[in-house]
Design a protein around this ligand. Structure first.
Ligand code: ADP
Length: 481
């Protein structure tokens, strides 16, 4: 299944085993075993991939939506049939528990299904003219060649969430996956190949992030960059895109508040908060980062949360029943440790966890951690911890907690727990976030728009909104004689 060298650069329908810069080793983050080596590509391959995507663009974009749909639908079927094997590959390269990995693969396939359906629905507009001598219409047209840069935390679904709408719209793509997790990307490209995607429509370049990124940025043929990753890299891409006025779609960092009101269903809310925080071991941009709990339910809520957190099983994601895998690498473990240390130094108390998990595995594990006595100036309350740490604060007043929740440069996701519908709507309207989950912590679905505001991003992924990102609206003004 995984061999010594894995062909990982795919340009104009052909695979390559090594790149212009050699190969890179890929590790299993739970065991630190070497899985394989993939090609280390750079500028040379990226320029070739852009040329291939550019040459494939006229034919692909001129096909009917139905034709593009058939290939996307076939890819969806192939991915669903292979979900178990793909899930295993994902767990081995990324670390998340197998059931989460298989769930991610199926979720990824569902983006293919949704956009297979949307491919035939790129509607235009007929605008009633204010002059009898004119007819005005707007036609949607594919943007052109797209550069897609994806992260390691969702090695499968972040790819289809970008590629499926781009391809449905008629764009061609150069994909650069995260260096930590290229294997899921390779499998997705193989699926497109088997589904009958014409050569050049989808290209894959693994390797040097900066060099590949730079080649995508400076090339005028790349009309749009779609990126999921850190706010820092997002800002860099935005700055560098200015030179050629490229379109951008950015899904960046977040610092999600979860607010539990006094009328919440405590059993449900504790389970959901843990689901939100510990999914993918806290390594998602929409994970709860700050937990605000109403003072009146302080003890009952905290005790139940702790009880459930302590029952969570840490370990190798391939083992049965494991709910928390490793962090992606040593730097991630160190970051989590430093955030907890900062909180303790500033007076926080550990309710549970608070240290690395010792095991006979070599990977970078951290115990599920809950912190109380948390102050606003602690790192955990301001920076993305990207690990299994829940800082709790208690509040009494709705206006006060809203002010705290909104007091951040991020604006991706926020969650509220309440059984009061009026409050749910009132508070949702006032939260400065692109996504609000009300008694729901899994808002990323193919049919709805996912995306942040403020420094969490630009644009939407998912839903018909997601395809709009890849369509220009051309205005045709017709003078009638
Ligand atoms: P994280 O900290 O979660 O790894 P990054 O923003 O560093 O987030 O990475 C997200 C994606 O962006 C990865 O595919 C990574 O290789 C890529 N990346 C990082 N730096 C650059 C860069 N300078 N240009 C283009 N892509 C980059």
């Amino acid at each position: 299944m995984i061999t010594n060298f894995t062909k990982s650069i795919f340009i104009n329908g052909e695979w390559r085993e090594t790149g212009s810069k050699g190969t890179n080793e890929i590790y299993n983050p739970a065991t630190i075993e070497r899985l394989t080596e993939v090609a280390n590509g750079g500028k040379v391959e990226t320029v070739e991939a852009i040329t291939s995507a550019s040459e494939a663009f006229p034919d692909w974009s001129e096909r009917t939506g139905r034709e593009r749909s058939r290939i996307l639908y076939k890819a969806y079927q192939l991915m669903m049939e292979d979900a178990d094997r793909l899930g295993e590959i994902l767990t081995r390269e990324q670390g998340k528990p197998l059931n989460e990995a298989v769930g991610e693969v199926k979720g990824a396939a569902n983006f293919l299904l949704w956009y297979a359906e949307e491919a035939s629905r790129g509607y235009g507009e007929w605008i009633p003219s204010s002059s009898k001598e004119k007819r005005l219409l707007v036609i949607p047209q594919a943007v052109g060649v797209v550069g897609a840069i994806t992260p390691w935390n969702f090695p499968s679904s972040m790819i289809t969430r970008k590629l499926a709408p781009a391809l449905a719209a008629g764009c061609t793509v150069v994909l650069k996956p995260a260096p930590e997790t290229p294997l899921s990307a390779i499998e997705i490209i193989k699926i497109f190949e088997r589904a009958g995607m014409p050569p050049g429509v989808v290209n894959l370049v693994t390797g040097d992030a900066e060099e590949i990124g730079n080649a995508l940025l400076v090339d005028k043929r790349v009309r749009l960059i779609t990126f999921t990753g850190s706010t820092e890299v997002g800002k860099y891409l935005m700055r560098e895109s200015a030179a050629n006025v490229k379109k951008l779609s950015l899904e960046l960092g977040g610092h999600a508040p979860s607010i539990v009101f006094e009328d919440a269903d405590i059993d449900k809310a504790t389970t959901l908060v843990l689901g939100s925080k510990f999914r993918n071991n806290g390594q998602t941009c929409i994970c709860t980062n700050r937990l605000y709990v109403h003072e009146s339910i302080k003890t009952s809520f905290t005790n139940l949360l702790k009880e459930k957190a302590l029952k969570m099983k840490i370990g190798y994601g391939m083992e049965n029943g494991v709910e928390l895998g490793p962090l992606i690498n040593r730097a991630a473990l160190e970051k989590v440790g430093s955030h907890v240390e900062d909180a303790i130094l500033k007076g926080s108390e550990i309710i549970c966890g608070g240290k690395a998990w010792n095991s006979n595995l070599n990977g970078h594990f951290y115990e599920p951690t809950i912190l109380s006595n948390v102050e606003d100036d602690m790192k955990v309350m301001n920076e993305e911890t990207f690990g299994p740490v829940i800082p709790i604060q208690f509040f009494t007043d709705e206006a006060e907690v809203l002010q705290k929740a909104n007091n951040t440069d991020y604006g991706l996701a926020a969650y509220i727990f309440t059984e009061n519908t009026n409050r749910a709507i009132r508070v949702s309207e006032k939260l400065d976030y692109g996504i609000v989950g009300v008694n729901d912590v899994f808002p990323a679905v193919p049919e709805a728009p996912f995306g942040g505001i403020k420094q969490s991003g630009i644009g939407k992924e998912g839903g018909h909104h997601g395809m709009d990102e890849f369509l220009e609206k051309k205005f045709i003004s017709i003078g009638m004689s």
